[in-house]
Design a protein around this ligand. Structure first.
Ligand SMILES: [Zn+2]
Length: 117
């Protein structure tokens, strides 16, 4: 399962950051997930619960921040949001397809909250 591997990497990143910070445990991890990142946000929660078991992040909460897909149309020189991430990104003004993605590909840890004891 793709999401489980990803959840394990997130837990690893959080543990490393906590150690570097001299903290014992992780309370919360923020994750920015783009609509076009190729990750099922719904599957990520349960995967994270599995991955955190037996680690210093075993009580950590995963805070997923969804990032909508936005593209740029060079012809119209305007940005537009895309709701259907499974279709093609078509400019609502001229109808041209755009491969110029401004946001929505993100898959990154945005913050880590640690517990000092
Ligand atoms: Zn256009």
């Amino acid at each position: 399962m793709h999401e489980l591997g990803l959840a394990r990497s997130i837990v690893d990143i959080a543990i490393e950051a906590a150690r570097a910070d001299g903290a014992e445990r992780i309370a919360r991890v923020g994750l920015r997930v783009g609509a076009f990142a190729g990750v099922e946000a719904d599957a990520l929660g349960p995967a994270f619960e599995l991955a955190r078991r037996g680690t210093p992040a075993s009580d950590a909460v995963l805070d997923i921040e969804p990032v909508p897909l936005r593209c740029h149309c060079a012809g119209c020189d305007r940005d537009f949001g895309v709701d259907d991430v499974h279709g093609m990104a078509l400019c609502p003004t001229c109808g041209a397809p755009s491969g110029d993605v401004l946001q929505g590909m993100e898959l990154e840890v945005s913050y880590i909250e640690v517990v000092r004891s």
